[in-house]
Write a protein that binds this ligand. Structure first.
Ligand SMILES: NC(=O)c1ccc[n+]([C@@H]2O[C@H](COP(=O)([O-])OP(=O)(O)OC[C@H]3O[C@@H](n4cnc5c(N)ncnc54)[C@H](OP(=O)(O)O)[C@@H]3O)[C@@H](O)[C@H]2O)c1
Length: 332
C-alpha cells in the first residue's frame, strides 16, 4: 500500500511517500480502507521529534482517519465489512499512524460515521472534536446558559469548541484574525466574535460578559496562556482550560486566582481512556446527525503531499500566518 512515513524525525522534508506492507489486522483490530485523514499540530510535533514518540522506523505518521471497514479481526465485534468508521489517537503509544491507504486500528478507537457525513468531514473533526468535548464537559463541566470564551475560534479546536458549546446551550465569545473567519464563527452560532487584533478586545469581552451573566469557562488554545489577563476577565468560580504550549512557562498570579475561587484544568486528549473518548465521539455523532456538528475542511490534498500539508499546518499553528481556515484533509 502507499503510505506517508518517516525514517527519522526532522523538518517536513523527512516525510516520504511510498510503498509499505499492508497491515494485517490483529484479533481486536479492524482493517480500514482509508478514505481521508486530517493533519493535527501534534502530527508535526511527533514528526519533528519535539514529542519523542516515533522510535521505530519506518514510522507511519498521522492520528486521524475516516474510511470503510475492509476486514475485521477474529475478536472484533463492533464493526463489519463495509461499515464507515472514523477515529483518532493513532501513531501514539506504539500504534501505527493513519496516513496510508490502509490502517489496522483497534476497534476501541473507532466510531461509526453518521450517514450524511463525508469521510473528509469525519476525519477533519476527529481529534479536534474529541478534544473540544473533553475540555468542555469532562473537565470544565459546562452547564447550559454559561458563557464560554474561546481564544482562536476559527482554529481546529476552536471551531469545535464553538459548535459543541452552542449545542450544550452556552453563550460563546470567540476571537478570530479576520472578517471571513468572524462570519464563519457566527455561522456556527458564536454570540460575540471579536478580531484578536482589536485594540478594544478586552473591553468588548467585558461588555458582553457584563450583559450575559459573566464569564464561566475560558478555553485557551493559544500559547502562552496570559493568566493575568484571563484571571482578570473570569467570573468567580470560573473554570480555565489550558491544553497548548508544552514549553510555555507563563507567570501565574496566585492571589488573583484563588480569591476568585477559580479552577484550572489541563489535559491532553490522548490520555483520555477509550471509554472517555467513545463517550465524546457518540455525543459528537449525534450532533452531526442533527446537523449541528459541521467540521470545517479548509484544504484538501492528495496523501502524496503530506510534507506540504505539514508545512502548511506549521505555518499556521506555530508561525500564526492565518492562511488556513479549517482543517487540512489528505486523500489517499
Ligand atoms: N491538549 C490537547 O489534547 C490538544 C489537542 C489538540 C490541539 N492541541 C493544541 O492546541 C493548539 C491549537 O490547536 P488547533 O488544532 O486548534 O490549531 P490551529 O487549527 O492551527 O488553530 C490555531 C488558531 O490560533 C488562532 N490564533 C493565532 N493567533 C492568535 C492570537 N493572537 N489570538 C487568538 N487566536 C490566535 C488562529 O486564528 P486565525 O485563524 O483566526 O488567525 C487559529 O484559528 C495547538 O497548540 C495544539 O498543539 C492540544
Amino acid at each position: 500500500m502507499k503510505a506517508a512515513f518517516i525514517r527519522q524525525t526532522g523538518t517536513p522534508d523527512v516525510i516520504e511517500y511510498g510503498e509499505l506492507a499492508t497491515p494485517e489486522p490483529g484479533p481486536t483490530e479492524v482493517l480500514v480502507k482509508v478514505g481521508a485523514v486530517s493533519v493535527n499540530p501534534i502530527d508535526t510535533y511527533i514528526r519533528s521529534g519535539m514529542i519523542k514518540v516515533a522510535t521505530s522506523f519506518p514510522y507511519i505518521i498521522g492520528c486521524d482517519l475516516a474510511g470503510t471497514v475492509e476486514r475485521v479481526g477474529s475478536q472484533a465485534t463492533r464493526f463489519k465489512t463495509g461499515d464507515r468508521v472514523w477515529g483518532s489517537n493513532q501513531s501514539l503509544f506504539g500504534r501505527r499512524g493513519s496516513f496510508a491507504e490502509y490502517a489496522a486500528v483497534d476497534e476501541k478507537w473507532l466510531y461509526p460515521i453518521p450517514a450524511q457525513m463525508l469521510d473528509a468531514q469525519a476525519a477533519a473533526g476527529a481529534l479536534t472534536g474529541i478534544t473540544a468535548h473533553l475540555g468542555l464537559h469532562l473537565n470544565a463541566g459546562l452547564k447550559p446558559g454559561e458563557v464560554v470564551f474561546v481564544n482562536g475560534g476559527a482554529g481546529g479546536v476552536g471551531s469545535a469548541v464553538i459548535q459543541l458549546a452552542k449545542a450544550a446551550g452556552a453563550k460563546v465569545i470567540a476571537t478570530v484574525g479576520n472578517s471571513d473567519k468572524k462570519a464563519l464563527c457566527e455561522s456556527w452560532g458564536a454570540d460575540c466574535v471579536i478580531d484578536y487584533h482589536s485594540p478594544t478586545l478586552d473591553d468588548e469581552i467585558k461588555a458582553f460578559t457584563a450583559a450575559n451573566g459573566g464569564l464561566q469557562v475560558w478555553y485557551e488554545t493559544q500559547v502562552p496562556t496570559n493568566f493575568d489577563r484571563t484571571i482578570g476577565l473570569m467570573s468567580p468560580r470560573g473554570r480555565i482550560i489550558v491544553m497548548a504550549g508544552r514549553n510555555a512557562r507563563p507567570e501565574f498570579p496566585n492571589g488573583a486566582f484563588y480569591v476568585k475561587d477559580l479552577r484550572l484544568f489541563g489535559f491532553a486528549m490522548f490520555n483520555a481512556t477509550p471509554e472517555e473518548q467513545r463517550a465524546c465521539a457518540e455525543a459528537i455523532n449525534s450532533l452531526a446527525a442533527q446537523g449541528t456538528w459541521k467540521p470545517q475542511v479548509g484544504r484538501t490534498l492528495p496523501l502524496a503531499e503530506a510534507a506540504a500539508a505539514h508545512r502548511l499546518q506549521e505555518e499556521n499553528t506555530l508561525q500564526k500566518q492565518g492562511t488556513l481556515t479549517g482543517k487540512i484533509v489528505l486523500v489517499p
